[in-house]
Design a protein around this ligand. Structure first.
Ligand code: APR
Length: 168
């Protein structure tokens, strides 16, 4: 049985087995969630990204590294679609969520925290980003027992929670 809930907070401080990074295809760090995770994890994270993703990672795919100085044991990285650059096919965003859960299942992860992928720098309209996150995570079979959607914004959190109760 998988429990989904929404939390206001910083994804880097979440005490879960894995946190998801809203990465880019270069996989060498960046701003937003990506920057916060690299800062909190420490320089070993970039070293492992270079080693495990020498050619980066395709949009919508997912791959893992260790969490190093983070509370989370693993970071599951996924480059979401860049809406601002014209990547508006929602199947790409859905596959980011779905592939992160597939990697979590490979790792035997029991609890995972997701940010709202593509909803920041990549400019996906927030309401739609929330809907796609909740739809996809509610309908993807997984062994993960606890899924958290983490956002810095209390208004967005209540929108997520409201949608989740509709799915419950
Ligand atoms: N904890 C939780 N949520 C966060 C945090 C944080 N520390 N920092 C930002 N967010 C929220 C943003 O407000 C947004 O709603 O996460 C969502 C995703 O925002 P971004 O991090 O900008 O990710 P994205 O829109 O997918 O853009 C990815 O931005 O940071 C660069 O290297 C990254 O090029 C990539 C692109």
């Amino acid at each position: 049985m998988t429990v989904l809930n929404a939390t206001v907070g910083d994804i880097t401080t979440q005490n879960v087995d894995a946190i998801v990074n809203a990465a880019n295809t270069r996989m060498r760090g960046g701003g937003g969630v990506d920057g916060a995770i690299h800062r909190a994890a420490g320089p070993s994270l970039l070293e492992e990204c270079i080693a495990r993703f020498p050619n980066g990672l395709e949009t919508g795919k997912a791959g893992w590294t260790h969490g190093f100085n983070l509370p989370a044991r693993f970071v599951i990285h996924t480059p979401g679609p860049n809406y601002r650059a014209g990547q508006t096919d929602q199947r790409l965003l859905e596959s980011s969520y779905r592939n992160c859960l597939a990697v979590a299942d490979e790792l035997g992860v029991d609890s995972i925290a997701f940010p709202l992928i593509s909803a920041g720098v990549y400019g996906w309209p927030k309401e739609d980003a929330v809907k796609i996150a909740v739809d996809t995570l509610s309908n993807t079979p997984t062994q993960v027992s606890q899924i958290r959607i983490v956002t810095l914004d209390a208004h967005i959190q209540s929108t997520v929670q409201e949608l989740l109760t509709r799915y419950a």
